[in-house]
Write a protein that binds this ligand. Structure first.
Ligand SMILES: [Zn+2]
Length: 190
């Protein structure tokens, strides 16, 4: 096992998130199996919450599937969430995650697309679509994604026009962690 995976294993044991994962796995009657990098996979999870097909608590990845092959992109996505638990101090990640999901919904109407945790774990690997920002947030972008040209058509009320530069700066600091901005264009379908 690589050193960083040993550290993740130890940190998530100490912060209690893996123990919480084991308890939830037991409650959901999942079949646990060890996989490489110090992770555990529990398949056949039966409880109705959370509704997601797969989720992670500490180093425990839980899935509703009866089988979860080792080399799937979903497993790699969930493994990155296990690392996020170590960085976030364990179960403290849960309120942070839900706050990030709320921010993502406010920005785009989707709880995953602009969620800093899902973007860090890989949107496509987790089955999330790259949803652009809400129309009112991208109204000032030009077709090439840059600043509006001088004399260009002004859109939205004055208060929104003055708020836009601050909001864009804030979202770029909080959301574009993987340095690959979503393909936001004015003419996008949403
Ligand atoms: Zn995820």
């Amino acid at each position: 096992m690589r050193r960083r995976h040993r550290v993740r294993l130890a940190v998530n044991l100490l912060n209690g998130s893996t123990l919480a994962g084991l308890a939830v796995s037991l409650a959901g009657r999942a079949q646990l199996a060890r996989i490489p990098d110090g992770l555990l996979v529990g398949t056949g999870y039966r409880l109705p919450v959370p509704p997601a097909p797969a989720f992670t608590l500490g180093n425990v990845i839980l899935a509703r599937h009866d089988r979860l092959p080792r080399d799937t992109v979903l497993l790699r996505h969930e493994a990155r969430h296990a690392t996020q638990y170590a960085w976030c101090g364990g179960l403290l990640m849960l309120p942070l995650y839900f706050a990030a999901a709320g921010v993502s919904w406010l920005l785009s109407g989707d709880v995953g697309a602009w969620n800093i945790f899902e973007r860090g774990a890989g949107l496509a690997d987790g089955g999330y679509a790259a949803v652009p920002l809400r129309a009112m947030l991208r109204g000032r972008r030009t077709a090439d994604g840059g600043r509006p040209r001088a004399g260009g058509q002004k859109r939205g009320p004055a208060s929104m026009r003055s708020a836009w530069p601050r909001l864009r700066s804030w979202t770029s600091r909080t959301c574009l962690t993987d340095r690959q901005p979503l393909p936001v264009r004015r003419n996008s379908p949403r």
